[in-house]
Design a protein around this ligand. Sequence first.
Ligand code: F6P
Length: 351
Amino acid sequence: MRIGVLTGGGDCPGLNAVIRAVTKSLLRQCGAEVIGIHNGFAGLMGEAPQTRTLDWDRVSGILMQGGTILGTSNKANPLASEASAAQAMTNARALGLDALVAIGGDGTMAIAHGLSLRGLHIVGVPKTIDNDIVGCERSFGFDTAVATVTEAIERLQTTGQSHGRVMIIETMGRYAGWIALEAGLAGAADVILLPEIDYSVEAVAAVCREREQRGRHSLICIGEGAKPRGGALTIERRVTDSPDPIRLGGVGHALREQLQPLLQSEVRATVLGHVQRGGAPTPFDRVLATQFGNEAAQLIMAGRFNQMVTLRGERLASLPLAEVAHQSRHVPADHPLLRTARQIGVSLGEG
Ligand code: F6P
């Protein structure tokens, strides 16, 4: 067997752990040849495929490395035209691929689904710091991002306390509030604002004012996709060369502008940005990514194609790519962590 592996979309900690586990499982269990494809689907879209063979030594020692040894692209989309889809299929055939492991987010799964309809055998592995992939309770990269944001919040807490300021931290997560919610709780934020719950500026100001009166600083954790009631998303820029045409960013500064006139304390905003995607995966993410990679190899050896590996409860499972493509998973209104937050007095900007 010849199996291709690629990483698509934005990177996240744990990608190398998956590459290692897929490769080692396939080499050890069935002696397959494993071909790494460079820069996501871009590596299949040129005149000739861009690849390198992945052998045991090449994937040894990469478990704890951040990023991806294969490179990635969140722009390359073979489904953008018939010609590029045909070129990708031609390259896959030229490589003699029996199957492809596509490690990526919802965009990558949508492309994988499209190519699987054209006859390429694909197994998907979900990755994203956003934790927003449908049917998958935990994607690797998320735990690491939450740890990074939590540490940042703790640092903002001490400086915020020293100056008696209102500190705002803006997290990534796109249209899902998982990172803001978990890191906000872990970092003892006073206010957590999520894309799923439009916030009232006055309700947030009231929390900060009440704390001001008690001589306390305030910490607000806001997901980049959050918006004020009746307001719009804060868009950092629009892009034309990517399947995702919008890059969110800046809502933390927008909130600062809204709050400052209503408060006596100085309000400061920090946008954490790509720090959340970098660095070594946590032990949890290393283990999860290893399980996902191993499971992808099992699906391939069992001939169960056009599936994505998932985690349900503590169990690995799989779902048809068709069921996960073009969708994302948001924090549901009845999520237990929302109840916990409210009951311990963390404001979600409601009111
Ligand atoms: O999907 C992962 C993610 O980091 C989002 O949280 C964020 O909105 C987006 O990617 C940023 O994308 P880029 O790296 O293209 O700016």
